[in-house]
Design a protein around this ligand. Structure first.
Ligand code: ZN
Length: 475
């Protein structure tokens, strides 16, 4: 076990630089394929650490990969650095206060996610070089996790084809090995084309695209009663046709998110939603068309890797939070409801305890909580490579996802201790795999068994490309 401890020392030796990287990314929140400055920061670190760098993965200028080591198995460590729109927030306080009015913010903690993943890869690189063992470690800088699903494009382009195992993490409230439950998800824009006319003088000549959108939504809402209970559908009107009520709206677009437990169930639901769109068009004498914006698969677990990660996590223990961290976390908890806090424990499947606002335990293996009903593009990586994820505490228990409270805690003591801890968990799993070929073999056997009946079938239609953003002009 001495070797594993050495890997933790390598993490500690470089942690200051990566805490600073995390803070810099927090300070430049960029969203969905616009992460030009953030990827440049990650590129600089990869360069300084001596990784071999590949850019423009899947034709995406904000995706990057760094590799180190020679021969042997390939271990991928996945990072992210995209922010969320509208979650600008002053750091280190416990009240909502925008830092930049209307600005973006790291409300999902991806500033830490990327920095810790790169720190883990750096420690593994050092270990490989010192121990002189065969093996390669790769850091994948994956943009646009929020709403852009870049990893799916990276998988489709073959960037994970020669990877043996993939390891990642996500900032969280409760320490645990991720239970690998997420929903397959697609976003589809349904557009309707009608005929404009004066809504008072010649209403009989108009055919309203907005009416079609409204009827489609009503139809889908009636369908809800007859869907699988784990499926989810939600929508946003991204073009209501205009703002003048005295015009019959000739065009309108509604964006649907359609989620289900797996891809076949999602595809079946898509067909039903399409029929409702056609019905709405028929009723209103408009024309319906659709465009797939993004799609991700559900997560696939991997028992041998989850056991290996649990063992490393338990050896390491929970993150070493201090009195100041707990004080700030308690202030954050004061902004939450009792339900927020109770549901965090319920999701993890552990009994609530109120004496510590920061998680000081690791959820035991096999604990059944209420599964995550979100979606992640890690799902598609998990279908092509045995994948394992840690959830490491970086914020107060009960902090809602995608909230100002996560942005506020993004540079805090708990954030930094949690992210360094996550790097240690990930790096020691990588070393475990590099030193025990049987772990990789067992992970692959498990993966083959899970995918044998339903091999990976990329949910993205072939013609769909990532919605790339233009590179901003230099300031
Ligand atoms: Zn996230």
């Amino acid at each position: 076990m001495q070797n594993s401890e050495k890997i933790w020392q390598f993490v500690d030796a470089r942690k200051d630089a990566y805490e600073a990287l995390s803070d810099r990314i927090w300070e430049m929140p960029e969203i969905c394929y616009g992460e030009f400055r953030s990827v440049a920061e990650h590129r600089t670190m990869l360069e300084q650490e001596g990784f071999r760098i590949a850019e423009n993965l899947a034709g995406i200028p904000t995706a990057i990969m760094g590799e180190a080591g020679d021969g042997g198995p390939v271990i991928a460590i996945l990072g992210e650095y995209d922010a969320l729109p509208g979650l600008s927030q002053v750091a280190g306080i416990a009240e909502p206060m925008e830092l930049v009015p209307g600005g973006h913010g790291h409300g999902c903690g991806h500033n830490m996610l990327g920095a810790a993943a790169l720190l883990a890869a750096t420690a593994v690189k050092t270990y490989l070089a010192e121990a002189g063992i065969k093996g390669r470690v790769r850091y994948y800088g994956c943009p646009a996790e929020e709403g852009g699903a870049a990893k799916v494009f990276m998988v489709r382009a073959g960037h994970f084809d020669d990877v043996d195992i993939a390891i990642t993490w996500h900032p969280a409230a409760i320490n645990r090995v991720d239970d690998a439950v997420s929903l397959a998800n697609t976003r589809i824009d349904f557009s309707f084309k009608g005929r404009a006319s004066h809504a008072a003088a010649a209403p009989h000549l108009g055919r309203s695209a907005l009416d079609a959108v409204e009827l489609m939504n009503v139809g889908v809402n009636y369908m809800r009663e007859h869907m699988p209970s784990d499926a989810r559908i939600h929508y946003a009107m991204i073009d209501a046709g205009g703002v003048a009520p005295n015009v019959v709206q000739a065009k309108a677009t509604v964006r649907y998110a359609i989620r289900a437990g797996n891809l076949p169930a999602m595809r079946a639901l898509i067909e039903r939603v399409k029929k409702i769109a056609e019905g709405a068009a028929l009723m209103t004498e408009t024309q319906a068309s659709l465009k797939v914006v993004s799609a991700v698969s559900n997560l696939l677990g991997n028992a041998p890797l989850e056991e290996a990660m649990q063992a490393q996590f338990e050896r390491l223990g929970p993150p070493p939070f201090d009195v100041a961290d707990r004080k700030y976390a308690a202030d954050i908890q004061a902004t939450l409801s009792a339900e927020d806090i109770a549901s965090a424990f319920a999701r993890a499947g552990v009994p609530p305890c109120s004496d510590n606002p920061l998680c000081d335990f690791i959820v035991p293996q096999g604990t059944k909580g209420a599964p995550m009903i979100g979606s992640t593009d890690v799902g598609d990586v998990s279908w092509v490579v045995p994948t394992v994820q840690a959830r490491v505490a970086t914020h107060a228990i009960g902090t809602p996802g995608h909230s100002w409270q996560i942005t506020a805690q993004g540079k805090s003591g708990q954030a930094k201790k949690g992210m360094v801890h996550a790097a240690k968990v990930m790096a020691s799993v990588a070393i475990d795999a590099l030193q025990n070929p049987s772990l990789i073999a067992r992970a692959k056997t498990d993966h083959r068994a899970r995918t044998a009946a339903t091999p990976y079938d990329c949910p993205l239609p072939r013609e769909v490309q990532p919605p790339l953003q233009p590179r901003p002009a230099p300031a």
